[in-house]
Design a protein around this ligand. Structure first.
Ligand SMILES: *Cc1c(COP(=O)(O)O)cnc(C)c1O
Length: 397
């Protein structure tokens, strides 16, 4: 079976990991901040906070933004459940904004309509989580303008889009958002085994994410509240806290990344441009080979460079759930490890039990009944890609 996605691990990655295993620190060592700095530099953000998954990065990002009970988080239905769950972890309510039928990303027009209604009903969101679906950047400038007008925070879920850019601006620079989150799960663009990162240009948000990542503890003297470090007289300097001293100031978690994972991520980061280039190359090959078929192929908007985390096609001829299922099963039977990204999140039993129902987000629902993810990863050979293409032609013609 040709899988839909697969990590690429080189000898250099293995050597980097082995070196950490022989070093003094397996976790909480120097590799974490090195990895953070390298990612921040790559995407032109000021601060980076690594954590043990994209999901935990989303959770602490929401906490840092002050999301809590009574608040509202909006995201899209066409995403992995984690983009919505992060709001639920904080006790907030979640709602969704339908997608654009061309880009399969958040529809800015629908967002605007929903904001107008929400303002009248006095139920505006605290945070909106746009997802750079499949690696294609969302229309962040427009979302950011709306954020200023309607006073909400913007948390970009860029789990698919490490290495993507928009009009030359790297995804993760947070030029049009408060925080951007990456995932380093093995199916994503680069991997640290498990892992994630929150990027921001706001030092306060970065420090809050660091605290929530590690038990709510701070070791920054300027933040201490439980010890009097003020000078005894005007001529004396501020005194220092004891060397053992730290403070738990809020309830946090152990969401730390290990040094073992961080060096793997850092080693992979060196090849990110090659990976994204190769993914784009394979995507163009799919585009050329599949264009005569009754399929909707990915549309990359002008100015966008997609990271092409996944290559999705949609059935255009008779896209009923039955056809979808048949095409999917036939491709699997031919050894093609197709997948579906995503069944709409609001139709998951957990979200239905919160009151969501079919019909609420028609574009995402129609999308979910017609989308098929084809194999795409840097090490996919052209021969294997041709096998995928032949199978798709045979099944979809
Ligand atoms: C993978 C993914 C996540 C979660 O990342 P993990 O690192 O697996 O926790 C969140 N959002 C989206 C859109 C993803 O694809």
């Amino acid at each position: 079976m040709i899988p839909y996605g697969r990590q690429d691990v080189t000898q250099a990655d293995i050597d980097a990991v082995v070196e950490v295993l022989r070093s003094d620190f397996l976790t909480q060592g120097p590799a974490i901040s090195r990895f953070e700095q390298e990612v921040a530099k790559k995407v032109k953000a000021k601060h980076a906070v690594a954590s043990n998954s994209g999901t935990s990065a989303l959770h602490i990002a929401c906490l840092a933004l002050g999301v809590g009970p009574g608040d509202l988080l909006w995201t899209v239905p066409n995403t992995f459940v984690a983009s919505a769950n992060c709001g639920r972890y904080c006790g907030a309510d979640v709602d969704f904004v339908d997608i654009d039928p061309r880009t399969w990303n958040l529809s800015v027009a629908k967002l605007q309509e929903k904001l107008v209604r929400a303002k009248k009903e006095k139920r505006l969101p605290k945070v909106v989580v746009p997802v750079h679906f499949s690696g294609q950047p969302t229309d962040q400038e427009a979302i950011w303008d709306l954020a200023q007008e309607y006073d909400f925070r913007v948390l970009e879920d860029a789990s698919h889009a490490v290495g993507a850019s928009r009009n030359g601006e790297p995804v993760g620079s947070c030029r049009w958002s408060d925080i951007t989150v990456f995932s380093f799960h093995p199916v994503k663009i680069i991997t640290s085994g498990e892992g994630g990162m929150g990027l921001t240009n706001d030092a306060e948000l970065a420090e809050r994410m660091e605290m929530f990542r590690s038990h709510g503890i701070t070791r920054s003297p300027q933040r201490f509240v439980g010890i009097d470090l003020s000078p005894k007289s005007a001529t004396e300097p501020r005194s220092a806290a004891p060397a053992w001293y730290y403070e738990q100031q809020t309830l946090g978690f152990n969401y730390r990344l290990t040094d073992i994972q961080a060096v793997l991520g850092a080693s992979q980061l060196r090849r990110i441009d090659l990976y994204v280039e190769r993914r784009n190359e394979l995507a163009r090959r799919y585009d050329a080979a599949l264009k005569g078929l009754p399929l909707q192929l990915p549309t990359v908007m002008p100015g966008n460079r997609s990271a092409f985390h996944i290559y999705v096609v949609r059935l255009r001829r008779n896209p009923t759930p039955e056809t979808h299922r048949r095409v999917f099963d036939e491709l699997r039977q031919r050894g093609i490890g197709v997948n579906v990204h995503y069944m709409p999140v609001h139709l998951q039993p957990y979200y239905r039990q919160l009151g969501f129902a079919p019909g609420q987000f028609p574009e995402a629902e129609a999308y979910g009944e017609s989308a098929i993810t084809l194999p795409l990863y840097p090490e996919l050979s052209e021969g294997d890609q041709d096998r995928v293409i032949d199978a798709v032609k045979a099944v979809c013609q």
